[in-house]
Ligand binder design. Structure first.
Ligand code: BGC
Length: 748
């Protein structure tokens, strides 16, 4: 069927070409076996130029749109393979069709792969080396499943704590998100697998995601929403970028020449190709000319999807870059052949660079290997953040605790990730209850109670009687146990792609559950299992211990058990500020927008840039996370103390583990500018380093800074500016726990 439709398109295109004298092509000449583009030893640019010169216009335009749900078009005559994609980023999801298809029981392709923690949990590790290993493992699984490309990582900024997809990204800070994106991409590309950093750009809410128009100034764009993309282009040479659904300043991202050509390709120097988010194109000529290189999806699977009322309502009613449409525009002189060459050349470049031109990933291999499972567990463990530990309730002493009650709607069900295109189907998933039971062994008795059913999951549990019964059972279990662990949060149906989270409050009944359990048992540990921050004001003062496990992937349950029992000391830190109330968050007044427009009026004051500068106390600050041991910072040195913009600055200090357990500390480096001509946040993260220390051990931590760490985007001169003068280097354990400070002078 697919082949039939494809050949129909080819005939149509040929007819079009023949009826157009200016575009009529000579029959393509035969390709010699030693054509330069086939020579792996030649520079990629030469191979691209040679191959382009052998392609007919018809072949070129065929490559501008997909041939299936997750496949680009192949040109067999020239040996150009299709790029076979798979959804991500926290593992390999699927390629069989939209979520409606892949989530249904009759889904034709069941993809089972390792489910890693959500991006927000990976970000909480602040561990670039680990994220690179995750990228490598995912790259290996992509190949083992016979695919070439993974649709991730997500580096969009957490602007508002209700975005349904915050769990996919790396938090609120552009530097942190950029460094983790770079690490992920290096891991994936190192395997010869093509990543796609997404969604470019300023995609920060699901509300009306196809139609919402983000009104944003150029400084905010450059300082907050673009740096992570810039980092992956310039530091990891990322091969593809996915354009976002939304509009930016009146123009859809897929046809936004300012974003795609001026910024991404010219300013950042991006050499790969831009791929549209699925169904995010709305025109032919403006899209091709703006530098959107490959429209997805395409081919027969696109049709039924485009005909859905929801797709039509979003204004996306067509495949805009299908060959016949693009050819008609070339014929009319609205698109030049040079533009088509540039767009196609970028796709070819990636096909050569990744190696899929000569080595197609068809040999199936192992997924979810023991090594990958161990990595998923390591990542889930490292990302857990200890937020409160009064009276040293944690870690649990397995010799003293005899009974544990594991309670909550997320206790006995594994909530591995949020909903949508990123939700991986693992072969197995460990629930917190499973993990605790396994770790507790036979000497500790583990009881369980749901306490309250998760919102929308089981209507039978949603009656007043059923609720009262479930709550009472939880209270009974808690009162009989030495320790109660309450696992609360959300799941893929109330936190995911395609919709925003309704409120920062925990879904119905969970606040009351926590309060009731805490009343029944003073040794209560609350575990958050969610992607976004939640309101805690109703119970936090009475809570002795609090952990955030995010969506921990398939090994989340084992990970939380090893933290509870102290097999590992918590070392995660918050990649996002946790406000006390939604109203406290900087974008609260400008969300989700009005009349299909959202005004980013808070500007650069996102996350801690707002809370710390305006002195609004969050529940827990950005960068915060406790440990079972303690760390001392000393000996801050900045070399040289006076530097010119061309030099690299070296910041070093000693960190000592002053406690009794091994542990890891994330050291954060912020820069404070007290002399700038324009308003700047009180400080900004410009470096970090995770260091592992045995009890009593001291290590020197070194971080490097260049001019960019001191610069702001000047709206006046439309470029980055670092003003000479004295800056302060701040080193600390969170954005609100600065331990050491040192001045440094920029001379010019
Ligand atoms: C999402 C992308 C995803 C794509 C393909 C879109 O709806 O926004 O992140 O990769 O679908 O499934």
């Amino acid at each position: 069927m697919r082949r039939l439709a494809a050949s129909f398109a080819t005939v149509l295109v040929s007819l079009l070409l023949c009826s157009t004298p200016a575009l009529a092509q000579n029959p393509p000449s035969a390709v010699p076996a030693d054509a330069p583009y086939k020579n792996m030893a030649l520079p990629v640019e030469k191979r691209v130029a040679d191959l382009l010169s052998r392609m007919t216009l018809e072949e070129k335009v065929t490559m501008l749109s997909g041939s299936g749900w997750m496949e680009s078009a192949a040109i067999p005559r020239l040996g150009i393979p299709a790029i076979k994609m798979a959804d991500g980023p926290m593992g390999v999801r699927s390629w069989a069709g939209s979520s409606a298809i892949t989530n249904s029981a009759s889904n034709p392709v069941k993809v089972l792969s390792t489910s890693f923690p959500a991006g927000i949990g990976m970000a909480a590790t602040w561990d670039t080396e680990l994220v690179q290993r995750e990228g490598k493992a995912i790259g290996q699984e992509v190949k083992a499943l016979g695919r070439d490309m993974i649709l991730g990582p997500t580096v969009n900024i957490n602007r508002v704590p209700l975005w349904g997809r915050n769990f996919e990204g790396y938090g609120e800070d552009p530097y942190l998100a950029g460094q983790l994106g770079v690490a992920y991409i290096r891991g994936v590309q190192g395997e010869g697998v093509i990543p796609s950093v997404k969604h470019f750009a300023v995609n920060n809410e699901e509300f009306e995601r196809h139609r919402i128009d983000v009104k944003i100034d150029e400084r905010t764009l450059h300082e907050i929403y673009l740096p992570a993309f810039k980092a992956v282009v310039q530091q990891a040479d990322v091969w593809t970028v996915m354009s976002a659904y939304n509009k930016v300043n009146g123009v859809h991202c897929a046809e936004n020449a300012y974003l795609l050509t001026e910024v991404l390709k010219k300013e950042f120097g991006f050499k790969g190709f831009v791929i549209s988010d699925w169904g995010s194109t709305y025109s032919t000529t403006p899209t091709v000319n703006a530098g959107m290189d490959l429209e997805m999806p395409g081919g027969p699977p696109m049709k039924p999807w485009l005909e859905r009322p929801a797709t039509q309502a979003a204004g996306n009613s067509d495949g805009w870059l299908v060959p016949e449409k693009v050819l008609a525009e070339v014929k009319a002189g609205n698109i030049s052949e040079a533009t088509v060459d540039d767009n196609v050349g970028r796709i070819l470049r990636v096909i050569f660079l990744s190696g899929i031109f000569e080595f197609s990933h068809t040999a199936l291999g192992d997924v979810d290997t023991e090594a990958q499972q161990a990595l998923a567990r390591e990542a889930a463990t490292e990302g857990i953040v200890l937020l409160k530990n009064s009276g040293a309730l944690l870690p649990l002493d397995a010799a003293k605790v005899k009974t544990i009650a594991v309670i909550g709607p997320n206790a006995a069900t594994a909530r591995t990730g949020g909903g949508g295109s990123s939700l991986v189907r693992p072969k197995y998933a460990i629930t917190p209850l499973d993990g605790i039971r396994k770790r507790a062994g036979s000497a500790i008795q583990v009881s369980t109670a749901i306490g309250v059913a998760m919102e929308g999951e089981d209507p039978a549990q949603d009656t007043p009687e059923a609720r009262a019964k479930a709550l009472q059972e939880a209270v009974d279990a808690a009162s009989k146990a030495d320790v109660a662990v309450v696992v609360v949060g959300r799941y893929f149906k109330n936190e995911g792609e395609g919709f925003d989270v309704k409120t920062m409050d925990l879904p119905a009944g969970q606040d009351e559950l926590i309060a009731a359990v805490e009343k029944a048992n003073p040794h209560t540990i609350v575990v958050l299992n969610t992607g976004n921050p939640v309101t805690m004001t109703k119970w936090i003062d009475a809570t002795p211990a609090l952990l955030d496990m995010w969506y921990g992937g398939q090994e989340g349950g084992n990970a939380i058990a090893s933290i509870l029992f102290g097999d590992a000391s918590p070392s995660g830190k918050l990649p996002v500020s946790m406000p006390k109330r939604f109203e406290d968050s900087p974008a609260a007044k400008n969300y989700p927008g009005e009349n299909l427009a959202v005004n980013y009026a808070e500007g650069i004051y996102v996350g801690y840039r707002y809370y710390d500068t305006r002195d609004v106390e969050p529940q827990f600050p950005f960068g915060f996370g406790m440990s079972y041991t303690t760390f001392e910072y000393s000996g801050l040195r900045v070399k040289p103390e006076k530097f010119s913009g061309e030099q690299t600055l070296e910041v070093s200090l000693q960190v000592k583990n002053t406690g009794k357990r091994s542990g890891a500390e994330v050291v954060e480096l912020y820069v404070h500018d007290g002399h700038s001509k324009i308003d700047r946040p009180i400080h900004e993260l410009k470096g970090f380093s995770r260091v592992e220390l045995k009890p009593g051990e001291t290590k020197t931590v070194t971080m490097k800074l260049d001019r960019s760490a001191f610069s702001y985007w000047s709206p006046e001169s439309r470029r980055w500016v670092a003003e000479p003068g004295t800056f302060e280097i701040q080193v600390g354990a969170s954005s609100r726990d600065i331990r050491l400070r040192a001045p440094v002078e920029l001379s010019r």
